[in-house]
Design a protein around this ligand. Structure first.
Ligand code: ATP
Length: 246
């Protein structure tokens, strides 16, 4: 008999998130490569236990503080993040005073427009990254992602880049920006390069980040390398527990 997973079970939530991404792919927001990046994320979500850990919550509070201190924070939006949490992106922009910029690796005009419309439908008023007149280039990249908006990522001091690839994170760091990322893989180049890495599924963690941005934060004692090391230890402990049960 087929086992029915209760809706509240983390596994059911993972499947629901997967469905959302597939829906976003069908709707022309997500690239094929984005489906694969999601698969990698799912594997790590499984390993971290499909829940928001204390370690992730520490990183979220540190990220909220950094956003509150920023002069020109920007949230970089790609197809996956637009497909998974458009409403939360708009809420995060409001709660943190950050701008929203569409920035795609596999860029087409159509996909940009689809993402733009989705964000607008969820209440975004200003969306950067679509006006060619405002284009500037950041160095160290050969993909479409080197093209950024002069009022957005180009002049930002803090950039939130959820589900990002390592080359871009490194280029942003080299151009002097502070980088906050959501990345389920604590070993990825992005996770290791960012100033603050939230090792959590963005769909779970972003709501907590919105909440924390709405609260007054005190300067945290935060060390990203140590926090990442704890995330890796958590994966090891989860695996050990499972191996003992099996
Ligand atoms: P890097 O270039 O940084 O070493 P990568 O080659 O794995 O990493 P991509 O495939 O471009 O980079 O990025 C996808 C990253 O996003 C992966 O590390 C994946 O674990 C993570 N990811 C995918 N889906 C989610 C999600 N829903 N929440 C958080 N992280 C996710």
């Amino acid at each position: 008999m087929k086992q029915v997973i209760p809706k509240s079970h983390p596994r059911a939530q993972s499947l629901y998130i997967r469905e959302r991404l597939v829906h976003a792919f069908d709707g022309g927001l997500v690239a094929k490569e984005g489906l694969m990046a999601h698969g990698r994320g799912e594997a790590f979500d499984y390993l971290i236990g499909e829940r928001t850990s204390k370690t992730a919550k520490n990183a979220i509070r540190a990220a909220a503080f950094m956003l509150q201190q920023a002069q020109n924070p920007v949230i970089s939006v790609n197809g996956n993040i637009a497909g998974l949490c458009p409403k939360e992106i708009v809420e995060l922009a409001r709660a943190s005073g950050a701008k929203i910029e569409v920035n795609l690796f596999y860029s087409t005009e159509q996909r940009k427009q689809n993402i733009y419309k989705t964000l607008r439908r969820h209440g975004a008023s200003e969306i950067l990254g679509l006006d060619k007149k405002n284009s500037r280039r950041i160095s160290g990249l050969d993909s479409a992602r080197r093209v950024v908006d002069k009022d957005g990522i180009y002049s930002a001091d803090v950039v939130v880049v959820p589900l990002e690839d390592g080359d871009r994170t490194m280029a942003l760091k080299k151009s002097g920006k502070k980088v906050i990322t959501f990345d389920l893989n604590p070993l990825s180049r992005t996770a290791q390069t960012a100033d603050i890495t939230i090792v959590d599924n963005v769909v779970r963690g972003i709501r907590e980040l919105v909440t924390q941005c709405g609260r007054k934060q005190v300067k945290p004692k935060f060390d990203n390398k140590k926090n990442l090391a704890y995330s890796i230890i958590q994966i090891r402990d989860n695996l050990t527990r499972r191996a003992q049960v099996a």
